[in-house]
Design a protein around this ligand. Structure first.
Ligand code: OMP
Length: 224
């Protein structure tokens, strides 16, 4: 089975991102390039990382009117991403148009409730009920919109997998110790997320900020 770990390259320096990626390449399955990376390095940066030979997950979290999101999806065809994110709260028409505009081999997945939100923080955005309830609602909407899957935390992935058997599930908010730290509130271990049905495990700082990133990546791989 392919390694499910995608390394989140949330680094401001392109050279540092390339060096890190080269170092741990044998122990990850792909690379996730997010807003920090894309805003700093754009298409050029994506090409530079793609040259290293791993699948690229472009985590742009698109969220706008359908026409604008479809235009953005078309503009990134040339980068041939394996996975792209949009926000499920953008609604059904936006997700349908995003999927229709995506490149041929590109999975489009919808971010549901960010792993940095707990129930209280979510409530303050005006959403009623728990993060779990909201993830389940948005997973239904994403499936009905024809998307490939969703992004959710390890707290919800088992329930989502039980109701959407063919879905593709991206799980961030992973910590080898399984405890919430810093900005991540809904956290599990990589192994638990995998056992509960995650297709992709997104891991950033536990590798990128480790004293020895190669040892950290190896250790996480060994737990899976
Ligand atoms: O879409 C994402 O990848 C994402 C969604 C989410 O709910 N939570 C979340 O942390 N992420 C991303 O996953 C990565 C997690 O990084 P670490 O917390 O450093 O492991 C970051 O690049 C986030 O942008």
């Amino acid at each position: 089975m392919a390694n499910p770990v995608y390394l989140a390259l949330d680094l401001p320096q392109l050279d540092a991102a390339k060096t890190l990626c080269q170092k741990v390449k044998g122990h990850i399955g792909g690379v996730k390039l997010g807003l920090e990376f894309f805003c700093a390095h754009g298409h050029h940066g994506v090409h530079e990382i793609a040259h290293l030979g791993l699948p690229v997950f472009l985590d742009l979290k698109l969220h706008d009117i359908p026409n604008t999101v479809a235009g953005a999806m078309q503009a990134i065809h040339v980068l041939e991403p394996a996975i792209v994110t949009v926000h499920a709260s953008g609604g059904r028409a936006m997700m349908e148009d995003a999927k229709a505009a995506a490149g041929e081999n590109c999975k489009v997945v919808a971010v549901t409730v960010l792993t940095s939100l707990d129930d209280a923080a979510l409530g303050r955005t005006g959403v009623s009920g728990t993060a779990h309830d909201q993830v389940m609602r948005l997973a239904d909407l994403a499936e009905a919109s024809g998307l490939d899957g969703i992004v959710c935390s390890g707290h919800e992935v088992k329930a989502v997998h039980d109701q959407w058997r063919k879905g593709f599930f991206v799980v961030p908010g992973l910590r080898p110790g399984g405890r919430a730290t810093g900005d991540q509130k809904r956290v599990v271990t990589p192994r638990q997320a995998r056992d509960d049905g995650a297709s992709v495990l997104v891991i950033g700082r536990p590798i990128s900020r480790a004293e020895d990133p190669l040892a950290a990546a190896r250790e996480i791989e060994g737990t899976l």
